[in-house]
Design a protein around this ligand. Structure first.
Ligand SMILES: Cc1cc2nc3c(=O)[nH]c(=O)nc-3n(C[C@H](O)[C@H](O)[C@H](O)COP(=O)(O)OP(=O)(O)OC[C@H]3O[C@@H](n4cnc5c(N)ncnc54)[C@H](O)[C@@H]3O)c2cc1C
Length: 455
């Protein structure tokens, strides 16, 4: 008979990392070379490259091209012997007892903790809209959006030519014109105007409307005004109707309502019948921020992010670090005032590395270091051959570009940063094929008509 497994006794410090996104994975990689025992906990079994999630939602790439099993990605670290990966959802953090509470009530103790659970959607207090206007954050969201998008054309094909409902199935609204909203709207227009024509008999997919609705006065508000204007123009040439200064007031299964304010201050209310609405407007921090606040008394900002110390630790708890989209962190350059760190993947990766380095410094009795964010610039794609970019080039400083050149650069960067050689090859081949054929491969929807649910 085999003897029961003997628990391995260890005197090494226990570091728990919650979340295997951009921040968590970088922290684990850095920690795994040190004499510590790491437990990485994630509620999914995969690491996800969110910047290309819209490609899965719009049937351009299959899910495995932009994601990979955590156990495989970190297999070398696991084989090194000091990394344990647990699939589970962290429900709470007990800062006094120094343990995290998993679903099923398992308690995982820590000497040092990194919380890297990212962000989720915010509907600005209208959570009921979520059923009609899904946001894009996880693979499950991407599959849901892909199903809604593709089946909308099928539903339109089933409606009679005179049916008033047909056009509402052919109207696609995207709320929020940040990078995700812009790339979703641009790609949806490409599907309607370039991928699907000639595949339907009763409808002409080119009669679809793609409407991008933004509350602010311009698209891509984080970019300089000239690049916003160029992005707006590129969306227009793709056939996207862009509504700026339009505030969405209601969303249901039939479509949405919005308000615009005229120059004389009068408010005009409009209704847009649209059976497919995508929410790309609001971001809220992971609920674990609230759990940390309850446990440690730390402050949360308006988006629910944890206000951290300059070294990314929670005030009064140097053993807890918060990184990535969950952290309201500042960057401390050698000269000048500290600046807020944006919620982007390079920020999360850099914070993950700094948090890990600070844990190792504390273990050696050395002082921790303040976080410094290196900004390499911003990129947003709008569709085939269309993008805008603003990057930092040594010696040259800010370099701005739009159109084909920016799009090529965007392609290169996104392929380069994908994890794994196979993913890079798959994405490169699929994009090359799509470029020459306008086709999108990942259009198979396993469950096109879930009973009684609006697609
Ligand atoms: C659609 C989309 C497009 C984007 N495009 C870009 C882009 O082009 N460029 C760019 O720089 N940034 C982009 N971003 C932002 C970027 O992806 C984030 O800034 C980055 O992912 C933040 O990293 P993170 O580690 O904080 O969180 P995430 O990468 O979101 O990882 C969080 C991890 O925590 C896990 N988790 C969450 N809660 C729990 C829990 N309770 N228990 C256990 N595990 C949990 C999740 O499963 C996930 O694996 C985009 C984001 C989205 C959603």
């Amino acid at each position: 008979m085999q003897a029961p497994p003997v628990p391995i006794k260890t005197e090494r410090p226990r570091v728990v990392v919650i979340g295997c996104g951009f921040g968590g994975i970088e922290a684990v990689r850095k920690l795994s070379k040190a004499p510590v025992d790491i437990t990485l906990i994630d509620r999914t079994n995969h690491h996800l490259f969110q910047p290309l999630l819209y490609q899965v939602a719009t049937a351009g790439l299959p899910a495995p091209a932009i994601s990979g099993p955590i156990r495989h990605i970190l297999r070398h670290e696991i084989q090194r012997g000091n990394l344990t990966v647990l699939l589970g959802e962290v429900m709470d953090i007990d800062a006094r007892a120094r343990c995290v509470v998993l679903d099923g009530q398992e308690h995982v103790p820590y000497d040092a903790l990194i919380v890297a659970t990212g962000a989720t959607h915010s509907y600005f207090g209208h959570d009921g809209w979520a059923a009609y206007a899904p946001g894009l954050k996880t693979l499950a969201d991407a599959f849901d959006i892909r199903r809604r998008l593709l089946t909308a054309f099928e539903r339109a094909e089933r409606e009679g030519a005179e049916s008033p409902v047909r056009q509402s199935w052919l109207t696609f609204a995207v709320v929020g014109a940040g990078p995700t909203g812009v790339e979703m709207a641009g790609t949806m227009a490409e599907i309607a105007y370039h991928t699907l024509p000639r595949e339907f008999h009763r409808i002409d997919s080119r009669q679809a409307r793609v409407v991008l609705i933004e509350g602010a006065q311009r698209v891509l508000g984080a970019f300089p005004e000239d690049l916003s204007a160029k992005a707006h123009e590129q969306l227009r040439t793709l056939g996207v109707e862009v509504l700026t200064g339009a505030r969405v007031t209601h969303i249901d299964a039939q479509g949405l309502s919005y308000e615009t304010t005229a120059a004389d201050g009068s408010v005009e209310k409009q209704v847009l019948p649209a059976r497919t609405v995508i929410w790309a407007a609001g971001v809220a921090a992971s609920p674990l921020g609230r759990a940390l606040a309850n446990s440690t008394g730390c402050t949360l900002d308006r988006a629910g992010r944890v206000v951290v110390e300059p070294d990314l630790s929670v005030p009064g708890h140097p053993e807890i670090q918060v990184v990535g989209d969950l952290a309201a962190a500042k960057s401390y350059p050698p000269k000048g005032e500290p600046t807020a760190v944006p919620g982007v993947s390079p920020g999360a990766k850099q914070m993950g590395r700094t948090a890990a380095a600070n844990i190792l410094r504390r273990l050696k009795g050395e002082p921790t270091q303040r976080f410094r964010y290196i900004d390499y610039g911003s990129l947003a794609t709008i569709g085939r051959r269309r993008a805008v970019m603003m990057i930092e080039v040594p010696v040259l400083g800010h370099v701005k570009a739009s159109g084909f050149l920016a799009w090529l650069f965007w392609l290169f960067v996104h392929i380069y940063f994908l994890i794994g050689f196979r993913n890079r090859m798959v994405v490169f081949m699929d994009w090359a094929w799509a470029y020459f054929t306008s086709q999108r491969h990942a259009r198979v929807v396993p469950d096109p008509m879930p009973s009684k649910r609006s697609p």
